[in-house]
Design a protein around this ligand. Structure first.
Ligand code: PLP
Length: 416
């Protein structure tokens, strides 16, 4: 158990907020698809002595003295990232997923170059050069959508767009796509038009590590990911690339984009990568998918509309359009009974990003807690009932739902 007594003695206000957050995590059902609960080993590394060290540069080539221990840690993280994913080169310094993506753009694009990426509504991420990102000002970005009928990635349409727009870079990977992505097909398209391929596997890195999703590494010039989602590590980013891009990627991260690396976080990344090599991690990821599929199946049997009618991965996207409620309303209602989710745009959504017509649910965090299919069915039935009642729930129902949430949380305690 982690001990926060020193914080308590130094700053009671921050201490109180930390303990309140611990209690919130313990007593709520966390269904945000991009969140997870790290191990205490990962948390300890983040609060370790390494936080004190400046280490601009890379192992063996630092701009500061005294980096011998830091080099050990960073080399471990890089070697493990390469080994786990079969990559030729790894840069573990990006402070976040968005920064990992930005470094790839800096490494391989010139101002005005054309990029083809997935639109936000179809499930892409802001950092895939959506119009909301500052980086999009520098490039000529065009976007692909999922198929308007099936909501699946339409590889023929992407090929057409690639032929017509001649992008220098094609970006694959998503924040809200519930199905498998065929990276071999993306590579075929990229080769046909002479484009580079970047895959952002932030959401599915844990599934890829456990061999439960096709790896993008053999196909993509660059693979980026965050370590804090399905991979269950610290908040941060990693870039994998072919050796021929190693020097350009490294110089894009430092000195072009960042200053000193966060070596305490890099130590935590090394630990989470080691954890991901263990057999138990594979069992965990298998359960993540089983739970997501149980969630989808139960929602469907309760007549709830799911984008693509199911899931292959860790997330489920509910289409709320036919029920007369918004993603915002549903997320707020679920929050009141202790189920934490996020409103999310669905393909071809016409509502604003702050309202949305969808809700995204994920199983990585609850699976870490120990939830299995039967538990997920209980949650799915509550969510379905609330949707059918258009978020209008009586005091009596609200009390009943809260009791069910509390009981499930007590069954699988997170922190003592
Ligand atoms: N890439 C994808 C696919 C994501 O879903 C996210 C965040 O959710 C990011 C990148 C950004 O990661 P970060 O929040 O660490 O910048």
């Amino acid at each position: 158990m982690l001990n926060f007594d020193k914080i308590k003695n130094t700053d009671i206000d921050v201490y109180n907020a930390i303990i309140a957050e611990k209690n919130r995590q313990n007593s709520c059902i966390e269904m945000i698809a991009s969140e997870n609960f790290t191990s205490e080993a990962v948390m300890q590394a983040m609060g370790s002595y390494l936080t004190n060290k400046y280490a601009e540069g890379y192992p063996g080539q630092r701009y500061y003295s005294g980096c011998q221990n830091i080099d050990i840690v960073e080399n471990l993280a890089c070697d493990r990232a390469c080994k786990l994913f079969g990559a030729e080169h790894a840069n573990v310094q990006p402070h976040s997923g968005a920064q990992a993506n930005e470094a790839v753009y800096i490494a391989c694009l010139e101002k005005g170059d054309t990029v083809l990426s997935m639109s936000l509504n179809s499930g892409g991420h802001i950092s895939h050069l959506s119009k909301a990102s500052a980086q999009s000002r520098f490039y000529n970005t065009c976007y692909y959508e999922v198929n308007p009928e099936t909501y699946l990635i339409d590889y023929d349409e992407i090929l057409n767009l690639a032929i017509n727009n001649k992008p220098k870079l094609i970006i694959a990977g998503a924040s809200a796509y519930p199905r498998k992505i065929d990276f071999a097909k993306f590579k075929e398209i990229a080769d046909k038009v002479g484009a580079l391929l970047m895959v952002d596997m932030a959401h599915i890195a844990g599934l890829v590590a456990a061999n439960l999703h096709m790896s993008p590494v053999p196909y993509a010039d660059f693979v980026t990911f965050t370590t804090h989602k399905t991979l269950r590590g610290p908040r941060g980013g990693v870039i994998l690339c072919k050796s021929k891009w190693a020097q350009k990627i490294d110089s894009a991260v430092f000195p072009k984009m960042q200053g000193g690396p966060l070596e305490h976080i890099i130590a935590a990344k090394a630990i989470c990568l080691k954890e991901a090599m263990q057999e138990e991690f594979k069992t965990y990821q298998n359960q993540v998918i089983k739970n997501a599929q149980s969630l989808a199946k139960t929602l469907i049997s309760e007549h709830i509309n799911i984008i693509t009618n199911g899931t292959d991965n860790h997330l489920v996207l509910i289409d709320l359009r036919q029920y007369g409620i918004t993603g915002k309303e549903l997320a707020n209602t679920l929050d009141l009974i202790g189920i934490t989710t996020n409103k999310n745009a669905i393909p071809f959504d016409t509502t604003s990003k702050t309202v949305t017509s969808g809700i995204r649910l994920g199983t990585p965090a609850i699976t870490t807690r120990g939830f299995i299919e039967g538990d997920v069915e209980i949650i799915a039935k509550i969510i379905a009932e609330i949707i059918h009642n258009k978020c209008k729930i009586s005091q009596e129902k609200s009390t009943k739902y809260k009791q069910i949430v509390e009981k499930l949380c007590r069954k699988y305690p997170l922190y003592r």
